[in-house]
Write a protein that binds this ligand. Structure first.
Ligand code: PMP
Length: 356
């Protein structure tokens, strides 16, 4: 990690393996396709609301986030008491680890999935039960049905982009009602069906979503959980015991604009889905194999060039993608869907690299 800790740090954190965020280079301008951000700016309406809120920043934000919570709830057709806004969805995920895992209740998740689950488990001192994806990266549903603990499932999954249907989620939920299932829907808006419709039917379901990707607010930090009111009350208890003002005024303004500007949101999602199809077809023409991604990224490998080499050569050409140091997926790169122009430039760069 290259950062020296003091001798005072708690023993339990000394060997904590922290999360490695994707590169956020500050030196030169890359075509940035490595952290699943939106290529489109946030809603102008939201920027106006945020400007108004900036002037009011001598006052604390509303700890209940009353207005935006109602707007989010309305947009999802649920009640306000079934929604909790947080500082990015990372925060609600951490709250879920704090609330629903302990030494006797491990966190259960896939071997290839969002890297933060492992870190949150360690941070909170809870054991992890890791369920390997099958050879084709599909979820081992039987293993999840049998597993004891609190389940964390990213759907669509990252970095594979694969989506599991709601009947499978229901099977897992119903297989053990004494166990919480967290469905992390960070990428749900790019063409798949949300499990939010199941929260009244299953009181052990927590769905998390984010404004970071489909609503262009990665830098504002806004996410939320949706569940029955009792689970939301659990998570609120943790929020009020850590940081009651976890969502700041500017972010509340940006979030409000993002929800009210529904057309802009839908138009951006449509463009990203179309460019995902475009990128898939172009990469397949060049001999790549891709997963059937339902997210704002593709996951691709090529027989003739290993994942790390392609990543480095693209970086040389000013295109940043994400390569993971994980043996099972070392052949692959995860490529965020940017604007159409950015994807055209990516294809040109890859053609040059393959032609060398
Ligand atoms: N879940 C998954 C699967 C993700 O890929 C991400 C993005 N890093 C997050 C949650 C968290 O995103 P955020 O905290 O920006 O809402």
């Amino acid at each position: 990690r290259g950062r020296k800790m003091s001798r005072y740090i708690n023993e339990k954190f000394r060997s904590l393996e922290e999360y490695t965020p994707g590169e956020q280079p500050q030196d030169k301008k890359y075509i940035k396709l490595n952290t699943n951000e939106s290529p489109y700016p946030p809603s102008k309406l939201g920027v106006e609301y945020a400007n108004e809120q900036a002037k009011l920043c001598y006052l604390y934000s509303d700890p209940e986030c009353t207005e935006l919570t109602s707007l989010v709830a309305e947009s999802l057709l649920v009640k306000a008491e079934q929604v909790l806004l947080t500082n990015g969805s990372d925060e609600i995920l951490n709250f879920a680890f704090m609330a629903y895992c302990d030494e006797k209740t491990p966190a259960v998740f896939n071997d290839i999935t969002y890297g933060f689950y492992k870190v949150f488990a360690e941070l909170n001192g809870v054991p992890s039960t890791i369920i390997p994806l099958k050879q084709d990266f599909s979820v081992d549903v039987d293993a999840f049905m049998k597993a004891q603990g609190t389940i964390f499932l990213a759907n669509p999954n990252a970095p594979t982009g694969l989506y599991i249907t709601l009947d499978i989620i229901e099977k897992i939920l119903a297989s053990n009602p004494n166990r919480i299932v967290v469905v992390d829907e960070a990428y749900i808006d790019f063409g798949s069906k949300s499990a939010v419709t199941l929260i009244d039917k299953y009181d052990n379901l927590l769905v998390t979503q984010t404004f970071s990707k489909s609503r262009s607010l990665a830098g504002a930090r806004l996410g939320f959980g949706v569940a029955n009111a009792k689970l939301i009350a659990d998570l609120k208890t943790i929020k009020y015991s850590t940081n009651p003002y976890n969502v700041n005024r500017m972010t509340l303004g940006l979030g409000k604009g993002a929800i009210l500007d529904k057309e802009y949101f839908e138009e951006n999602c449509k463009k990203i889905i179309a460019d995902r199809e475009f990128t898939t077809i172009e990469l397949e023409k060049l001999g790549f194999t891709l997963t059937d991604s339902k997210a704002n990224f593709v996951f691709a490998k090529h027989d003739k060039i290993d994942g790390k080499t392609l990543y480095l050569k693209l970086k040389d050409k000013g295109v940043l993608v994400r390569h993971f140091d994980n043996q099972r997926i070392t052949d692959y790169n995860r490529i965020t869907i940017g604007s159409h122009e950015q994807m055209q430039k990516l294809i040109v760069a890859i053609k040059e690299i393959l032609g060398e």
